[in-house]
Design a protein around this ligand. Structure first.
Ligand code: URA
Length: 230
């Protein structure tokens, strides 16, 4: 078992919030876990959620049952961003729990990912009535929040699901068919990440012929994950 000095060292590392993985090999025994969830991250996510909950004069918020902030693992280096919650998401307070979410889960599992291995959010955190597309003004209002959210999570891979997420975070004048399946470098605050755009699962349910293109994108994500040793 652990010697007294090792226990002291572990306590010290815990104190300074330096995550450790115990490894039996003498060399590298106290390797730094690069998937750390720092106190800062928890605090910043909490502050961000509170500032969205405290939004004033927001009709989306007034009409919604619940805030839909995130799902998945905040330590993940892969973040997915969708459009806005639908009825099921509003009910449960979690993103992608309806039919589109079931397809998303299948897409993730095709490249050996699941909700514990990724982090998921949306451009808009409250359900637009009748599942309508969020307006430009609504997107403008929520954009600083999702940008900050990305900055806090610091994903190495950012997956934008569908044209609303793409238009909001990359640019309005572009077409998803031309932009999907490419890696783009993008800065959020001072943090830079690799972004890929792919079709939204709800769109794929309406246009199943496009699933073959989404599969190309998924394989690109899988390859990037391997390359970045995520
Ligand atoms: N569609 C989205 O874009 N986000 C959700 O959370 C659910 C459906």
């Amino acid at each position: 078992m652990f010697k007294k000095n090792s226990i002291k060292l572990i306590k010290f590392y815990n104190l300074i919030n330096h995550n450790l993985i115990y490894n039996n090999k003498a060399i590298n025994r106290y390797r730094r876990d690069n998937f750390e969830l720092t106190e800062d991250k928890v605090k910043n996510l909490d502050l961000l959620k509170k500032s969205i909950q405290n939004l004033k004069n927001c009709d989306l918020k007034k009409n919604a049952k619940n805030i839909v902030f995130c799902d998945g693992n905040p330590k993940s280096k892969i973040m997915l961003v969708g459009e806005a919650p639908g009825a099921n998401e509003d009910e449960e307070g979690l993103p992608f729990v309806g039919r589109a979410g079931q397809l998303l889960d299948k897409m993730l599992s095709a490249i050996d990912l699941n909700r514990n291995k990724v982090y998921i959010s949306n451009i808009i955190n409250f359900r637009p009535p009748d599942n309508r597309r969020p307006t430009d003004n609504e997107i403008k209002r929520y954009l600083p929040f999702i940008s900050k959210h990305i900055e806090i999570i610091q994903p190495k891979i950012l997956v934008l699901l569908g044209s609303t997420a793409m238009n909001a975070l990359i640019g309005n004048e572009i077409n998803i068919s031309k932009m999907r399946g490419k890696w783009i470098e993008k800065k959020f605050g001072s943090f830079k990440t690799s972004v890929i755009i792919t079709f939204h699962p709800a769109f794929l349910m309406r246009q199943p012929a496009q699933k073959k293109m989404a599969w190309i994108d998924l394989k690109m994500i899988r390859d990037k994950k391997t390359k970045l040793k995520i």
